[in-house]
Ligand binder design. Structure first.
Ligand SMILES: *Cc1c(COP(=O)(O)O)cnc(C)c1O
Length: 399
């Protein structure tokens, strides 16, 4: 099935009360919000079998829930994994993934030097105090990755499909091969690309993590996180989740699933709009530099062409405002009338973020410079509005 069809159908129309033996006489056409912390069955024998994993059935919401299971099924269908587990947020999903993988492996993490800010905080402020060692590497430098794998002997490697906010794309296939040769679990945070553009497990990743808060939910009203895993890593992840409970609630699962029905449609439109906005920015003299994945001169052109479907390059556009200092960027952000100057990304509405004061606030200036994050750089997440209206708003705000 095509992703447009999967997004609409996968996970839905499960038999109501399946496993209970009673009242199988109706099936809701879409998955309802099942608000129940516990489930009971006709016989104790059934309960016994369910607890022994001999029969499928719901028992307690920390273990699983029908609405959450439907969300997991649709994301898994799109990502093409062995299974998917849903969490309360993208960060909860990342924490569960890292924790589960490192349970029986060396407590050493090799990770991309460009990572989502909260992820860096989790690595350095949450996991390191528990004895985990983190080493950063330039994820677009294969020789450096190979050397680091040999030297550090990490239990896992963590990277993002598209880096933030400079939009670099590393060679997943090559890194996948290096990780497998080094017996290192390969985890990709796929939030910026989404399964519409890239499915990391097809390129050698063991786990793909998505923040469902972004494109999948898409409406700026829910937090969600998802881990799609291979067969080998399933037992650790499921077991750990059951034990410490970073689970998503049924209402949030429902909202995310409702968002997913239109996710491929939105994503297609957002990519189209982003290309239009990037093209306009490139010809405007007030703009010094534009970063978007359709650029023929993009440093990762060859990798992008191999990984991404033609013409679908995501909806993140970063650009530098010519000659702007911090106060000028503040003036620009404050002058936006339709675009929402708020954190997050992937929503139906266009969002604008200033890395210097938001995502990269805690990164020292020298390191920011090395990453190419200049003081005049802003990051846009393009929405589904008319591209012309987004362009008009940016143009008037540039003054
Ligand atoms: C937002 C985001 C996260 C965290 O997701 P939450 O749902 O906010 O917890 C992780 N990684 C990336 C790349 C993100 O954009």
């Amino acid at each position: 099935m095509n992703i447009f069809s999967k997004a609409v159908h996968a996970g839905d129309r499960k038999r109501a009360g399946a496993g209970s033996g009673k009242r199988r006489d109706y099936t809701p056409s879409t998955t309802p919000i099942h608000l129940a912390s516990t489930y009971f069955y006709d016989t104790s024998e059934t309960v016994d079998k369910i607890f022994a994993h001999e029969e499928h059935g719901y028992s307690y919401q920390r273990y699983d829930n029908p609405t959450v299971a439907a969300l997991e099924e649709v994301v898994n269908a799109m990502e093409g994994g062995h299974g998917t587990i849903a969490c309360a947020s993208g960060m909860a999903a990342l924490h569960l993934a890292l924790h589960a993988v490192l349970l029986d492996r060396p407590k050493r993490i090799l990770c991309a030097s460009q990572l989502y800010g909260a992820t860096i905080n989790m690595l350095t402020k949450v996991l390191e105090p528990f004895g985990t060692i983190t080493t950063f590497v330039d994820i677009c430098d294969l020789a450096a990755i190979e050397a680091a794998l040999a030297e550090v002997k990490p239990g896992l490697l963590l990277m993002e499909t598209i880096s933030n906010p400079t939009l670099r794309v590393a060679d997943l296939d090559a890194i996948g091969r290096l990780c497998r040769a080094a017996n290192c679990v390969f985890i990709v945070d796929n939030t910026f690309a989404t399964p519409m553009l890239v499915r990391p497990l097809e390129h050698g990743a063991h786990l793909s993590v998505n923040s469902g808060t972004k494109y999948l939910g898409g409406h700026g009203d829910v937090l969600a996180g998802l881990i799609t895993y291979d067969a080998e890593n399933e037992p650790f992840i499921r077991q750990l989740s059951r034990t410490y409970g970073p689970v998503i609630g049924p209402f949030e699962a429902y909202l995310t699933m409702r968002g997913i029905k239109t996710f491929p449609l939105r994503m297609e439109r957002q990519c189209e709009n982003a290309a239009k906005v990037a093209a306009w920015l490139r010809q405007d003299a007030r703009v010094e530099k534009v970063i978007y994945l359709d650029d023929p001169e993009h440093p990762d052109r060859e990798v992008i062409d191999r990984l991404f479907p033609a013409g679908l390059y995501g909806a993140m556009v970063s650009f530098a405002i010519r000659g702007a200092e911090k106060s000028d960027v503040f003036r620009f952000m404050d002058a936006l009338k339709m675009v929402v100057p708020a954190t997050s990304l992937g929503d139906v509405h266009t969002l604008c973020l200033y890395p210097l004061v938001a995502s990269h606030r805690d990164v020292p200036p020298k390191q920011r410079a090395r990453l190419g994050i200049t003081d005049n750089l802003v990051r846009f997440s393009i929405g589904i509005e008319s591209a012309e209206d987004v362009i008009a708003d940016i143009s008037q705000a540039l003054g």
